[in-house]
Design a protein around this ligand. Structure first.
Ligand code: PEP
Length: 250
C-alpha cells in the first residue's frame, strides 16, 4: 500500500510572516488526516518557523534543495546536515529549476540523494524531459538517465526514496501532461525501479508534478502508478493546496 504524498513547493515565495500565516491556516484545514501524507517545502529562511508550527502535526517539512557536503567553503549554500537539524523529513533533489537555472548535473543530484539518505532524510528525486526531448521521442531516454545517475550511489534498499516525474514543459506553464502520458511514464519508472531494487522498487512512491491544480488533481492522483503530486503555483494558497490534498480522498 503506497500512501500518497502531496507536496507544496513554494519555490522563492513567502516571507517568514507569510509562511507563518499560511501554515497556521493549513494546520487548521488538515486536522488529523490519515491515509495521505502532506509535505510543505518553504524557503530555507522559513524552515525554523515552519518546524515550530508543524511540530506535533501530521504535516511534514521538506527542503527545496540542500548541498551534499556537510560543511565547508560553499558561500550561499545550505547543507543537508544543516536542514536535517530543523525537523526536515524530505529534500528535493534535482528539481528542473535547479538543473536549468543553477546548472546542476546528474552527478551532483546523485550526491544530494546520497547525502539525504546518510542523514536519515528522504530524497525526492525529480526527473523529467523538456519539450524538445519529448518531441524528439527521447523522453524515456532522458528520464532513465536521470534515474540511473541520480540513484547510482543508492544501494539495494530504496527505503524512503520518492520519485517526482515532472515533465519540464508542464512546470509553471498551466499546461499539464495528459494523464495517460503521465501514467505511461510512471509505469516505465515503476518497471525500472523493480529491475533496480526488486520487490521494494514496487513500494517507491512516484509523484506527478507539472501544473497540478484543484481541477485536474484527481485525474493524476487516481492513476495506478502515481502516488502523489508535487505542486508549485497552486500550492501557494493554503485553501487551493488543501483542495488538491482532498482530491486524493474523493
Ligand atoms: C514544481 O515546482 O515542481 C511544479 C510542478 O510547479 P507547478 O505546479 O507550478 O507547475
Amino acid at each position: 500500500m503506497r500512501i500518497p504524498i502531496i507536496a507544496a513547493n513554494w519555490k522563492m515565495h513567502k516571507t517568514v510572516p507569510e509562511a507563518r500565516a499560511y501554515l497556521e491556516r493549513l494546520v487548521k484545514l488538515a486536522g488529523r488526516d490519515p491515509g495521505v501524507e502532506v509535505a510543505v517545502f518553504p524557503s530555507f529562511t522559513a524552515l525554523p518557523a515552519a518546524a515550530e508550527i508543524l511540530r506535533g502535526t501530521s504535516i511534514a517539512l521538506g527542503a527545496q534543495d540542500a548541498h551534499p557536503e556537510p560543511a565547508g567553503a560553499y558561500t550561499g549554500a545550505v547543507s543537508v546536515a544543516q536542514v536535517a537539524d530543523l525537523s526536515v523529513r524530505y529534500v528535493l533533489c534535482g528539481h528542473s529549476e535547479r538543473r536549468k537555472l543553477f546548472g546542476e548535473d546528474d552527478l551532483l543530484v546523485g550526491r544530494k540523494v546520497r547525502a539525504a539518505l546518510d542523514h536519515g532524510l528522504a530524497p525526492i528525486l525529480c526527473v523529467g524531459e523538456t519539450l524538445d526531448e519529448r518531441r524528439a521521442g527521447r523522453a524515456w531516454e532522458v528520464v532513465e538517465r536521470q534515474l540511473d545517475r541520480g540513484l547510482s550511489s543508492v544501494g539495494d534498499d530504496p527505503d524512503g526514496l520518492v520519485i517526482a516525474y515532472e515533465p519540464v514543459w508542464a512546470i509553471g506553464t498551466g499546461v499539464a501532461a495528459q494523464p495517460a502520458d503521465a501514467q505511461e511514464m510512471a509505469n516505465r519508472i515503476r518497471s525500472w525501479l523493480r529491475d533496480r531494487f526488486g520487490a521494494s522498487g514496487g513500494e517507491v512512491r512516484i509523484q506527478y508534478g507539472g501544473s497540478v491544480n484543484p481541477n485536474n488533481a484527481r485525474a493524476f492522483l487516481s492513476l495506478p502508478d502515481v502516488a502523489g503530486a508535487l505542486v508549485g503555483g497552486a500550492s501557494l494558497d493554503p485553501d487551493a493546496f488543501w483542495a488538491i490534498v482532498h482530491a486524493v480522498r474523493t
